[in-house]
Every structure is written in structure tokens, then in C-alpha cells.
Design a protein around this ligand. Structure first.
Ligand SMILES: *Cc1c(COP(=O)(O)O)cnc(C)c1O
Length: 487
């Protein structure tokens, strides 16, 4: 009976011709497939037919290969309409930013080296100069992300002391990052000030004393507080901090360098506004509204920044030169006034509704040109894209989506998500699949059209028909784009 098993070398050959697997890659999978078939034969679960066993082995190998390559980091075309999608890496780096990285990272670079003096320099020196020109800070340091910035600032100024925070700002950013827990983990004691909806300067003044190490102001990034509300003015808090010689730390999160109203969005406090309004240290993400790499910017008064630069945690939280170089280039783009064209996330927010619609029209035509797809209906519809990433929670960007009806939305979503080499992530609403074009870059349109056409041709050829009955259940799920954890 076991003699019906195909020989390993034959399966390796088939894996090469049919699945484009190299012998080295295929070998362990072939061994596992044969083992599984041997057990199935012995259990009487399959019949001893050579051709059938060969086909079965090949499908086992293909399934293992497909599962293995789903696990890693690979490119995604973002059709969710969420610009700063945390699950998809937030802001894409600009192509020019990426190109400028090459020489700085493939060889050595002046990471901590001052070529003028030949002495050791600061790794943030160049960044601090750019940030000072862009946002008006005295000095700056950079850490791994904004969460790290909150951690080091609250540790350096709050450990063994009290940190004052308004009750309206004791927020959860997402992914388990909750302000009260962060403050506790820094060895500081949190003093909750005021109430959820109203906190006045007098509330802060009443609890201010020599045991306070800092006031922390936290941006309400991912929710809005409306109605009977009041917050202590930044300038008043700054005055109080100044009186006691402690910093007013503002965790801004979003990190807008330009006024988002230019894009028809709500107002976000810019880093410059927070600083000129009185914050001593402003903490912001590099990959939110700034549109750069994951990083945490700490900008503000020189003496407070210097305290952080010398803090023992800095060594653990500082980014490597890959990130510093990407951030430096991103800031250079701002200095040249080119953010809206050279930084993809900013360009996506800045794009007019007409530009997005033109992309949708081009996509639809490119998909149709590869058809026909009987039983499939492609239409363009209005959509509302979002900024995401814990910024501007209510803001909607007018957009256009391609709606695909016919194949069950959840089947098509899974097929495209697992596509190779590029994964396509869209939305499923009322059983139909949607690709929002605001978050699709022009250079990705051809690959997107190819992936959609391939999936729809697969549907025509009978793939996914067995899942039809599930479409009702899938229709109730509104979003296939993962959980946009801010956040
Ligand atoms: C997003 C956010 C953070 C965390 O930023 P990361 O860069 O993701 O670490 C911290 N604080 C606020 C207010 C935020 O919005």
C-alpha cells in the first residue's frame, strides 16, 4: 500500500515546475507531506492511488508554502481609506526620502561625529537644527516613538514625584498604552485634576506644590469631548509650571507641522502652536500627521531637553540611524515646502476629491480591460476616507471607492489579502468589497488592477463558489481592514 506513495524527488520536481519552489525550499515540505500521506494511508483515510496521492501531496505543499509566506512583512496596497492605518505601518515614506537613505545606511555615516572638530557629536544635532527652524524649539531629541517620549519624560521629571493630569485627559492611546498606567510605570504618582468634562487652571493651582515634578497635558487624539466642557488654558499651565520650575509636558501625539485645515480637515494643534503657547516640552509621533518614519520627537526648552538627553533611559529608547536619516530627510522635505507632494501620507490628505475620483476611474477601466467577468458588477461610489492613526477622529475626507459586487465580499477580501507578492486590503460592507482610492498611490494602480482582475477571473473559474452561503454572515462585518488600533 505504501508503495503507492510518489517518490520524494518526483514531488520536488513537481513543486519546482508547478509552484516555482527551489529544491532546497521544497525538500522539508515534501518530507512533511509524505509523512502526512503515509499516516493517512495507514489510517485508511485515503486510497492507494499514485496519481491521487501525488495531487494530494502537491496541494499539501502548496498550502504550507502559502501559509508560510503569509506570515512575514510584505507590501500592502491600502484600499481601506484610512491614511494612517496603524496595522499597515501608518505613514508610507516618500520615495525621495527613501532614495536619500541609501548612501547614509549602506556605508558609514556621521551619526555621532562632528566633521568640523573631528570630535564626538550628538546624534540628534542635525535634527535639532531642522526642528528648531521648523517649529521654533530651542533643542530636540528623538526616541523610538511617541510612547517612548512619554515614558522618558515622565520618568525623568516625575519619578518619585507627582505628575498632574486633567481627568479629561487620562486617555488610552491604544495597544494597552493608558496614561495612568504609564505614569505609574515611571515611578511617578498621578494626581488627577478637575473632572472629566471641566478642568480649570484653579484646579491645578490648588494641588501644585514642591512634590510636583511636571504637569502633563495629553492630546485627546482619538475621541472628542463636546458640550459642557472646559480645559485649563495652556498659557496658564505654563505660567504655573514656570513659577515652580517644573516643565509643562504636552503629549501631542499627532505631530502636525502644517495646518490641517488646508486639507479641509478640522484643526489640529501644530507642534509650533503648542510650543509658542507655552509648553516646555512637546512630544509627537514621527509617523502620524508628520508623515515620516516611526519616531518620537521631543522638542522644547534646552535645559529640559538636555535632562532627557542625559537620562539613562535615552540609550535604550534612541532610534538607529535608519530612522534618524529618514526623519532628517522628511524634515528637509518640509523645509523645502514640498510635504504635500513628496510625503505620501500628506499628499493623500491633501489630494482633491477630483484627483481621487480620477484614480478610481483609471482603476475601473484597467480592471475592466482585463475582463470580462460574468456575474460581477463594478461601480464607482462616493466614500469617506479617514485620517486614522489616532488623529482627527471625526474628520472625513471625501473619496471615491470601487465597489465589487458578485463574489462574496469576505471571499474576495481574503483572496486579495492573501495575494502574492502584494497583499490588497479593502473594506467589506453589506457583502460587497470596496477599495477606497484615497489611500492608493498612483504607482500602485497597475498592481491593484492586476490583483483585482486575477481574483475576479479566479471567481469566474469557480473559485470561492463553495463560500456563497456564508455571504450573509460576512455582510454584517463592516471592515476587513483589521483593527486600526490608534492609535
Ligand atoms: C499616538 C499617540 C501616542 C503614541 O504614539 P506612538 O508614536 O504610536 O508611540 C502617544 N500620545 C498620544 C496623545 C497619541 O496620540
Amino acid at each position: 500500500m505504501l508503495r503507492a506513495l510518489p517518490p520524494a524527488h518526483e514531488l520536488i520536481g513537481l513543486a519546482a515546475t508547478q509552484l516555482a519552489l527551489k529544491p532546497d525550499e521544497a525538500h522539508p515540505m515534501v518530507t512533511r507531506a509524505l509523512q502526512a500521506l503515509r499516516e493517512a494511508l495507514e489510517a485508511g483515510a485515503v486510497t492507494a492511488d499514485r496519481e491521487a496521492l501525488k495531487a494530494r501531496a502537491l496541494s499539501l505543499i502548496e498550502a504550507e508554502h502559502r501559509a508560510a509566506r503569509q506570515g512575514g512583512l510584505r507590501p500592502v496596497i491600502n484600499g481601506t481609506g484610512v491614511v494612517l492605518h496603524t496595522n499597515l505601518g501608518r505613514a508610507p515614506l516618500g520615495a525621495r526620502v527613501y532614495e536619500a537613505l541609501g548612501p547614509l545606511v549602506t556605508g558609514y555615516a556621521t551619526l555621532e561625529f562632528d566633521t568640523l572638530s573631528g570630535q564626538r557629536g550628538h546624534r540628534d544635532a542635525a535634527l535639532a537644527r531642522r526642528l528648531s527652524a521648523l517649529v521654533g524649539c530651542e533643542d530636540a531629541v528623538v526616541v523610538n516613538n511617541c510612547a517612548a517620549a512619554v515614558l522618558i519624560a515622565c520618568t525623568a521629571f516625575g519619578a518619585g514625584k507627582r505628575v498632574l493630569v486633567s481627568r479629561g485627559e487620562l486617555v488610552e492611546i491604544g495597544g494597552g498604552f493608558r496614561i495612568p498606567e504609564v505614569i505609574a510605570s515611571c515611578g511617578a504618582s498621578l494626581v488627577e485634576v478637575g473632572t472629566t468634562n471641566k478642568t480649570r487652571l484653579s484646579d491645578f493651582a490648588r494641588v501644585m506644590n514642591a512634590s510636583v515634578g511636571a504637569i502633563l497635558k495629553v492630546h485627546q487624539s482619538n475621541f472628542v469631548l463636546q458640550g459642557f466642557t472646559e480645559a485649563a488654558p495652556r498659557a496658564g499651565l505654563a505660567g504655573l509650571c514656570n513659577e515652580w520650575g517644573v516643565p509643562l509636558i504636552e503629549d501631542l501625539g499627532a505631530g502636525a507641522l502644517v495646518d490641517t485645515q488646508r486639507f479641509g480637515l478640522d484643526r489640529e494643534t501644530t507642534v509650533r502652536e503648542a510650543l509658542s503657547g507655552g509648553a516646555d516640552l512637546v512630544l509627537a509621533s514621527g509617523d502620524k500627521l508628520l508623515g515620516g518614519p516611526q519616531a518620537g520627537l521631543i522638542v522644547g526648552r534646552a535645559r529640559f531637553v538636555e535632562t532627557l538627553r542625559r537620562h539613562p533611559l535615552m540609550r535604550a529608547l534612541r532610534p538607529g540611524r535608519l530612522v534618524l536619516a529618514a526623519l532628517d530627510e522628511t524634515l528637509a522635505v518640509y523645509q523645502r515646502g514640498e510635504a504635500e507632494t513628496a510625503l505620501p501620507a500628506v499628499a493623500m490628505m491633501a489630494a482633491s476629491a477630483a484627483e481621487v475620483e480620477a484614480r478610481a476611474v483609471a482603476l475601473k477601466a484597467a480592471v475592466e480591460a482585463r475582463g470580462p467577468y460574468p456575474g460581477v458588477n463594478l461601480t464607482l461610489c462616493q466614500s469617506m476616507a479617514r485620517v486614522g492613526g489616532g488623529s482627527l477622529p471625526l474628520a472625513a475626507l471625501p473619496s471615491t471607492a470601487l465597489r465589487v459586487e458578485g463574489p462574496p465580499g469576505h471571499w474576495l477580501a481574503a483572496r486579495l489579502r492573501q495575494g502574492w507578492p502584494v497583499s490588497v486590503v479593502g473594506r467589506v460592507t453589506s457583502g460587497a468589497f470596496f477599495v477606497d482610492l484615497r489611500t492608493v498611490q498612483v504607482q500602485a494602480l497597475a498592481a491593484l488592477a492586476g490583483a483585482l482582475a486575477e481574483a475576479l477571473l479566479g471567481w469566474r473559474a469557480g473559485e470561492g463558489r463553495d463560500t456563497l452561503g456564508e455571504s450573509q454572515e460576512a455582510g454584517s462585518r463592516s471592515d476587513d481592514g483589521g483593527d486600526d488600533d490608534t492609535h
